[in-house]
Design a protein around this ligand. Sequence first.
Ligand code: SF4
Ligand code: SF4
Length: 369
Amino acid sequence: MRPDQRPMRRLPTLEARRDAFEKCVFCPKLCRTTCPVSNEEPRETLTPWGKMSMAYFSAHGDVDATESFASPAWACTGCRACTNACDHKNDVAGTLFDARSALVASGLAPKGAREVLDSFDAHVAKTDEATKKLAHETDARADARTHVVVGCEYVHHAPAAAADVMRASAALLGAPVALSRGCCGLPLLYAGDLARFARHAEAFASSLRDADHVLVADAGCAMALKKHYPAAGVTVNPKVELLVEAAARSLTRLAMLRTDVRVRYHDPCQLGRGLGIYEAPRAILTRILGKAPDEFDERRERATCSGAGGLLPRTMPETSKRIATSRAAEHRKLGGGLVITGCASSLRAFRNAGVDADDISTLLARSLA
Ligand code: SF4
Ligand code: SF4
């Protein structure tokens, strides 16, 4: 029987992704140099082709049902660099997220992913507490018409940037804002529980139903609300907008900030390749700095991942650190200075790699003060 006629007997839910798998499995690996994971860990199974092939073979039952054959599905930051380089624009990240879910359902997941799933309820409770405190500190108003989704990575790991998101949002609108509590649920999707992600998304979307407008700071949360929720059958009714999109519409309100420091912009993968937003942050920085920001050699559609997405810091922490170290080295080679990004995971990765880094919300808050 031809390979494309065999049923996926072990992981049948992946039949819906057969076309995406087979594009990669039978491909001469045109995207192989683009993957941040296999560029740091030069193993064939960690190239986009290798990860897709391993999940395809697992789905058919051609390889043993073991963690070593399952884990390549988690060796992906979801950066979409391979998709950008692919002639078919094949959705490798989305397919691997589905593969994670099928593998988790069959009892196979790496330790880091299992830990995220097991501790998710505690994570939500902790995020609820932290957002309550942030709401109090930033004079958020529960009855305001605009709700701000700050993102749990900011709340837990960059609290000053989280407060800047709230200040920048209120200053931009010229009115109090409400702070949305809890987590959008993206860790569930990345860890590999699609059904639980869909249930959580439904509850989170319902918590936003009284808002007229939702402002989102973190590129990953925005990707969740705008792309992953609809893919899971969940609609967010109020208009969802990135804080950088709203700020880019009000450029004349942004004051110039004098600085002698070189400022380099890093395109977050979910903001750029995920949501197609490249101009808004550059327009904001150009206005605030009085000149265009410095750039990485690889930028916009070709920007290189900081290694912090897709749960890689939990499933392959050393590889994730090496990817961030490579970005830090590129930054220093280009003259160093301050890195500005728009994603809490990237912000954390750059800072952990010893780079002076800030979120674009921090510059917005200072510019609008
Ligand atoms: S993403 Fe595209 S280029 Fe890369 S292996 Fe798959 S089909 Fe080939
Ligand atoms: S989405 Fe990024 S990390 Fe994942 S396989 Fe493609 S290039 Fe690699």
